[in-house]
Design a protein. Structure first.
Length: 345
């Protein structure tokens, strides 16, 4: 198979259609060595990570640092102020044993007021602009789960690429993020293409949907040679207009709860720690995301097992309303939770 590459319009990078993610905190260094070297051997030439992922940068460096010229590296800061963001960029450079990072992001944007902090004087954007001026980073990006918050950043004109959630179950980027990024000439990346494996019962169709869409690059957690082989094979096939039209027709039949998976109804982590909105830690974002998908397509055995674990916790719901009070989209979360419980015998 021959890897398919895309020439990104804003950054100008020639990037493989599928990129490697990096939720590798629980993986051994040996597993990381195999995963990232296999990915590079298959032509994957972009690795997407974050300084907030603790040991991820170090594990990537240990795995493929000696092959630095073969791939683009993207990292991310979750700090909102210039001082800490600047220090984190320097730390990332040190960990990667390089003097240049291709893209550096302002990450984890789940609240509009958080991006306001990052964009304000003395905010993280200021540090990234200075780092770009000094040649430490090549381009500036943003990542997050709130379209309206990402929009604020993009409209500054300084943002060159954006990473957001987009998959068969969460199709809203077709109406919000993708048109916005096209208007402002921003390169687009998506995370959670199979929703942490929960959409794996129709993996080929679900991934081809993304590869055929106006999206630029799919960022996938590819941590075994088998998964890398599979994803690369699907990414290597050029989409056609007919394929995209047929996939859209199927996709439009799926309902949507309106959830963007910002996670505020479950918990909120900003640099100081974690607070739990739901007193029982019910995974409302995952239930809301999968609700219509499961009704229409079912789930694979492993995904169904995890779903039932979510529902087991959800049965503790006492309708306290904290989740709905904090939901920025005013969604009837408890209604979906109780419906999901009734529909899971």
């Amino acid at each position: 198979m021959i890897m398919r590459y895309k020439k990104l319009k804003r950054t100008g990078f020639k990037v493989s259609a599928v990129a490697s993610g990096s939720h590798i905190q629980q993986m051994s260094q040996e597993q990381c060595n195999i995963a990232y070297n296999t990915a590079l051997d298959h032509g994957v030439n972009l690795i997407f990570t974050s300084a907030a992922y603790m040991v991820a940068e170090a594990k990537i460096t240990a795995a493929v640092g000696d092959r630095r010229k073969e791939f683009y590296i993207v990292s991310t800061t979750d700090y909102r102020d210039a001082e800490h963001a600047s220090k984190q960029i320097d730390e990332s450079l040190k960990i990667f044993k390089t003097d240049y990072i291709d893209i550096y992001n302002i990450g984890g944007i789940r609240k509009p007021e958080i991006i306001d902090q990052a964009l304000a004087p003395g905010g993280a954007l200021e540090a990234l602009l200075e780092a770009k001026k000094e040649g430490k980073i090549g381009h500036i990006g943003v990542t997050g789960h709130r379209p309206e918050a990402l929009e604020k950043a993009i409209k500054t004109g300084h943002i060159e690429c954006a990473l957001f959630v987009f998959n068969w179950a969460l199709q809203n980027p077709l109406q919000d993020m993708l048109p916005l990024c096209k208007e402002y000439n921003v390169d687009t990346f998506c995370m959670r293409p199979l929703e942490d494996g929960m959409l794996d019962n129709h993996a080929e169709r679900n991934l081809r949907f993304l590869f055929s869409s106006p999206l630029d690059i799919v960022v996938s957690g590819m941590y075994t040679p088998e998964v890398i082989d599979y994803n690369v094979a699907l990414a290597s096939k050029s989409p056609t207009k007919t394929e995209w039209e047929e996939l859209q027709l199927q996709a439009r039949e799926l309902g949507w709860t309106g959830c963007r998976k910002c996670g505020l109804c479950l918990s909120w982590r900003e640099m100081t720690g974690t607070t739990t909105t739901c007193p029982y830690a019910i995974n409302s974002p995952m239930i809301m995301t999968l609700y219509y998908y499961r009704k229409k397509y079912g789930l694979s055995p492993n995904a169904e097992k995890r779903w039932r674990e979510f529902i087991g916790v959800a049965k503790k719901c006492d309708d306290c309303g904290k989740c709905e009070a904090i939901c920025p989209y005013n969604l009837p979360i408890t209604k979906y939770i109780h419906n999901a419980i009734r529909e899971t015998p």
